[in-house]
Design a protein. Structure first.
Length: 255
């Protein structure tokens, strides 16, 4: 049986999502949105309020992200203050998580120290739920002591996140050709209400394979390509030769 993971969308600095488009994402299975709120020490998202309301109207959870530019501890402190002070102008609830995006950086030991410094300032503001977003290919060290609750890997053109221990995986920046950055939220850190996180019970987007089914037929019936079907289930053409169906088998068919 293949588990069905929740879909998590992102709204970045350059994205111009309307309420209608956010509702469309919700109808397609999106459970939550991450809204890029600040970058560096100057930029703020002036559309934050309308995006938040659109998510609420679409019955989607929402969280906020800071895009990091810092290169040392002093800059990390300044950026954390910029992020934290602007957050005070919003009304956060206990379910709102804050994401630090370091996807533009090479992650070495010095970067880890800057990341931890940023986190310590955010904790002083009283914000406890934090995630860290990074590119798998840029990782040169471990996250053993980074102090973030959820690790979020960006890894395209692969059948998995490329690193153990992550809670979320952005697998595309052009979901279904819609120019949408989409992730699987494995443990529901961003897509489940508090108390349900770490539990994945929703199998409504799975399909039980029957005798006579082909990959093409299953993909066609659910409006996705064969390549997407393989990727969603962590399969490759080579691995299919190792699969022998002796009992009902479920495939994840999120579309």
């Amino acid at each position: 049986m293949v588990r069905c993971y929740n879909l998590l969308a992102e709204i970045g600095k350059e994205d111009r999502f309307t309420a209608k488009e956010i509702e469309f994402l919700a109808n397609k299975g999106g459970r939550a949105c991450i809204i890029e709120l600040t970058q560096g020490v100057s930029w703020v998202n002036l559309h934050e309020l309308e995006l938040k309301h659109a998510c609420q109207h679409a019955n989607m959870l929402y969280h906020f992200k800071h895009k990091a530019d810092f290169k040392n501890k002093d800059e990390a402190i300044k950026e954390a203050w910029h992020f934290g002070e602007y957050l005070h102008s919003t009304k956060l609830n206990d379910e709102t998580a804050l994401v630090l995006d370091v996807s533009s950086m090479v992650i070495d030991d010095d970067t880890i120290e800057n990341i931890r410094t940023f986190r310590s300032v955010i904790k002083e503001f009283g914000y406890k739920r934090t995630g860290l977003q990074f590119r798998t290919e840029s990782l040169l060290t471990s996250f053993d002591n980074c102090d973030y609750d959820n690790l979020w890997a960006i890894n395209y053109y692969a059948c998995n996140a490329g690193i153990d221990g992550v809670g979320t995986w952005r697998f595309t920046n052009d979901w279904h050709g819609l120019n949408v950055k989409m992730s699987y939220d494995f443990l529901g850190y961003y897509t489940e209400i508090l108390g349900n996180q770490g539990i994945q019970l929703d199998l409504s987007n799975t399909y039980t394979v029957r005798p006579g089914d082909t990959l093409w037929l299953v993909a066609y019936q659910h409006g996705i390509s064969v390549e997407e079907l393989l990727k969603i289930n962590g399969l490759t053409y080579d691995s299919l030769s190792l699969i022998h169906i002796s009992e009902p088998t479920r495939l994840d068919v999120i579309s």
